[in-house]
Design a protein around this ligand. Structure first.
Ligand SMILES: Cc1cc2nc3c(=O)[nH]c(=O)nc-3n(C[C@H](O)[C@H](O)[C@H](O)COP(=O)(O)O)c2cc1C
Length: 439
């Protein structure tokens, strides 16, 4: 038991499953990426489990340059997240809807407007996972000059976040008046934005009432120093990838320690690392499920995926049964590159072993066990100052999420760690984070 503090849970949805070979498993659905009925079913399973939110990742590009890999990874088709979540909004009533969108390939007004719209049509359940985008394939779709440097992407993201927040805050609650009066608007409650910065100029007002939750939820997952700083200043929720409890604790206390200088309290941000649970009636059954999935990974796919996260063209010229070579610092996801290097060294893994391990959940924490063992592992991190909750990444959909909701959620409830019913109707109310002071 951890007093009255409750765990936050997100359901990270991804086509047929988070495991790279999920689509090859008999229980998965290979065409899931663009099957709306599949996503509606997943959203309803997560809402039945009283999850705080569903979360959808994004890159505005195909995922693989390597066509052998693309043909064997089933990551080639996906819905655009905001339109997917708009469809899920009308098929659910309480669960939060968090979409990923890039500050590198959008403009603040357009994106603030889209999230305000999702927030209105869902009754205050929208969240924006702000990313700076680290894919070269994505860069090629928007500019011929290639991927901008990490520091420049974050500089733009800082300004983007400020402009978007100001746009949302430009319309106060009660700005649109009840019928029967002389005016449709209370002009004193409308505050046109005057933003002029290095990257953007915005003059104007949102054509939307104030958010039903005060302001859409801001989510972030940057783990570099500048990424953590932006999260500490603007995020309500932070996703993270940590392997060991010590890494998770270090990340947690680092982000929380940055809050005070922005006048924020430690509970103003919920830190939710990823967990990929493989649930079995017995430990042996869970481990066998994991092994069955692992056996479906072709070595070439595992190694190509690892290479893409390490941002190295080709790992196949190195002996697969030897250790990872030294890596130059990447312009892509620096923290994930470091996580892979640390994992390889700590567990003395060859390239082949590292690739197979990484392919299960792209570097996120994987736990195979009984519902009680999975709840034990989550409780340990929740109580030790390593997490406020978890972003649950089922290896296969729908069965992995169904297993978690029917077997692990009741175990968390029995321990007093997770809600029995939604506390409110908005995502902000359910997460238990207040509305930040308006700008
Ligand atoms: C759970 C999780 C989900 C993420 N989803 C996305 C995504 O959908 N699109 C994306 O471009 N980056 C995504 N990222 C990457 C981060 O948002 C961030 O851009 C990246 O870690 C680079 O920033 P950093 O160098 O500060 O770590 C995700 C990271 C995590 C931990």
């Amino acid at each position: 038991m951890s007093g009255d503090r409750k765990m936050r849970l997100g359901a990270f949805l991804m086509a047929g499953g988070h495991h790279i070979a999920a689509w090859r498993h008999p229980l998965a659905h290979a065409q899931a990426g663009v099957d709306i009925d599949h996503f509606v079913a997943l959203a309803r399973i997560a809402e039945r489990g009283k999850f705080d939110m569903i979360f959808v990742e994004d890159a505005a590009a195909i995922r693989e340059r390597n066509s052998d890999m693309a043909s064997q990874a089933a990551r080639s088709t996906a819905f655009e997240p905001l339109s997917l979540l708009a469809a899920l909004a009308v098929n659910t009533s309480h669960i939060g809807l968090v979409a990923t969108a890039s500050t590198t390939y959008n403009e603040p007004y357009g994106l603030a407007r889209s999230f305000a719209s999702l927030d209105q049509l869902s009754g205050g359940r929208a969240g924006w996972n702000l990313v700076t985008s680290a894919s070269e394939l994505e860069a090629e779709n928007f500019a011929s000059s290639g991927l901008r440097p990490h520091s420049e992407r974050y500089e733009r993201a800082e300004e983007f976040a400020d402009a978007a927040l100001a746009i949302w805050d430009g319309v106060e609650d009660g700005a649109y008046l009840p019928p029967g009066g002389a005016d449709f608007t209370d002009r004193a409650k409308l505050h046109p934005v005057h933003h002029r910065g290095k990257h953007f100029a915005v003059e104007g007002l949102l054509e939307s009432p104030c958010s039903p939750q005060g302001r859409p939820i801001m989510v972030q997952a940057g783990a570099s120093d500048v990424g953590k700083e932006l999260a500490a200043r603007t995020a309500d929720v932070v996703f993270a990838a940590s392997q060991t409890i010590d890494e998770a604790k270090a990340y947690y206390s680092d982000v929380k320690a940055r809050l005070a200088k922005y006048g924020r309290q430690i509970d103003d941000i919920k830190i939710m690392p990823g967990i990929s649970p493989i649930v079995g009636a017995t430990e042996a059954e869970a481990k066998a499920k994991y092994r069955a999935l692992q056996e479906l990974i072709p070595d070439a796919v595992g190694v190509a995926l690892l290479a893409s996260y390490l941002s190295i063209q080709d790992l196949s010229s190195y002996p697969l049964d030897g250790p990872l070579p030294d890596m130059p610092e990447t312009n892509l996801i620096q923290s994930r590159q470091q996580l892979i290097i640390d994992l390889g060294r700590r567990e003395n893994l060859s390239i082949r072993e590292l690739a197979r391990h990484f392919a299960g959940a792209r570097g996120h924490w994987q736990v195979a066990g009984t519902p009680a063992q999975i709840a034990d592992a989550m409780e340990e991190r929740f109580s030790a100052g390593a997490a406020d909750g978890f972003n649950v990444m089922a290896p296969i959909f729908p069965s992995g999420l169904e297993d978690f909701v029917t077997l692990v959620v009741p175990e968390l409830r029995r321990r007093g760690l997770f809600r029995e019913a939604y506390e409110g109707r908005t995502l902000r109310q359910n997460l238990g984070v207040g509305v930040p002071a308006k700008r």
